[in-house]
Design a protein around this ligand. Structure first.
Ligand code: HMG
Ligand code: MG
Length: 314
């Protein structure tokens, strides 16, 4: 039997560009441009979009307009907007802004945890539990991120047993999905297989998403391993926007168009329109004022330019 016939027929794309992407941009993007980008992502058929963070504006000034972003977006039928929520103060803000889905986040390495949220892993697990409980009581869906699963920018290797332990504890908190972060994009396929094999001994594949930064170009290779292990949700960011300000060297996430192009080419459905994603990618480039790293985006824009040039010459 072909290896490919064992892959899932359908995959869900979880867009993180407006949050993970813009949190790391030096340029402060005006709220109306963020909303324009998010609307373009919706027009491309994206149904799950992380639009901002309710974190401290002192730590992440780029997303200080979280309330205003949600206000301008309003509710959109069939689309779930989510945001990072680090503590109960963030949950209060998120709830007041009408957010329906919160994402708690912590790290699998102590140094990244301290730098990112000023907490030890144990403190972060406890805070995540408090936020998840309060959020669920108020009717919000809660997702969880585990960062530095494939490696830490400060400590290097991270033991898989620690990742398994954290995931089991988060699963007990009733989070509907755990997103495994290759925060600095150091993962390789064998390692991905080892991580997933260890986790899937205790928890179902349906609980997990992969959040792969493409710093060293291995995100799609790791995605293939994830698909083979039965993981059906992948985080991605338009044009490959992104990084983590507390993980030096973390480049953008896997680009949404690169992911969708590969999946469609393999006959895996996503419900997302690739041409419209390119339009959203152009908007992303315009609002941040530079070329993005997404390969499909650059190829599509290059082809279009070539056609326009040859039309002008005839
Ligand atoms: P802290 O300084 O330890 O917190 O920050 P604190 O409780 O001592 O509060 C300090 C001040 O912040 C106080 O204000 C609080 O009111 C305020 P002051 O009295 O000084 O005026 N404050 C807040 N204000 C607004 N909203 C809040 C909030 N909380 C406290 N929610 C804290 C702790 C967690 C807040 C801080 O470290 C923080 O906001 N960190 C966020 C860092 C971040 O967003 N990092 C990037 C996202 S993670 C990521 O990208 C990885 C991921 O993509 C997965 C992957 O790639 O692996 C998810
Ligand atoms: Mg990230």
């Amino acid at each position: 039997m072909s290896w490919f016939s064992q892959l899932p027929p359908k995959v869900e794309v979880y867009e993180v560009g407006p949050r993970d992407g813009l949190q790391n941009e030096l340029r402060m993007v005006p709220t109306r441009d963020k909303v324009r980008l998010i609307r373009a992502l919706i027009a491309a058929g994206e149904k799950r979009i992380e639009v901002t963070s309710f974190v401290s504006p002192k730590w992440i000034p780029q997303l200080a307009d979280a309330e205003e972003v949600l206000k301008q977006l309003g509710r959109v039928e069939g689309v779930a907007f989510s945001a990072l929520v680090p503590n109960l103060k963030g949950l209060q803000r998120a709830r007041d802004a009408g957010l329906q889905e919160a994402a708690v986040f912590l790290s699998a390495s102590e140094s990244h945890s301290k730098k990112n949220i000023n907490k030890t892993i144990a403190e972060a697990v406890q805070t995540s539990g408090e936020v998840a409980k309060a959020a669920r009581e108020e009717g919000l869906r809660v997702r969880g991120y585990i960062s530095t699963v494939w490696g830490c920018p400060y400590e290097g290797e991270v033991p898989i047993s620690r990742v398994v332990d954290i995931c089991r504890r988060l699963a007990d908190m009733g989070l509907y999905q755990l997103s495994l972060g290759d925060t600095i994009g150091v993962g390789t396929p064998r390692q991905t297989e080892a991580i997933l094999e260890a986790l899937l001994k205790y928890l179902p594949a349906s609980l997990f998403a992969l959040h792969l930064h493409d710093t060293r170009g291995t995100a799609l290779a790791n995605t293939l391993v994830g698909l083979h292990a039965g993981i059906t949700t992948y985080d991605a960011s338009i044009g490959g926007l992104g990084g983590c300000p507390y993980a030096p060297g973390a480049a953008g996430n896997l680009a949404t168009e690169d992911l969708v192009f590969m999946l469609h080419g393999m006959g895996i459905e996503t419900g997302v329109n690739l041409d419209k994603l390119v339009e959203a990618g152009e908007i992303a480039q315009e609002i941040i004022g530079r070329k993005l790293s997404g390969k499909y985006l650059q190829a599509a824009l290059g082809e279009r330019e070539k056609k326009q040039r040859s039309r002008a010459q005839t």
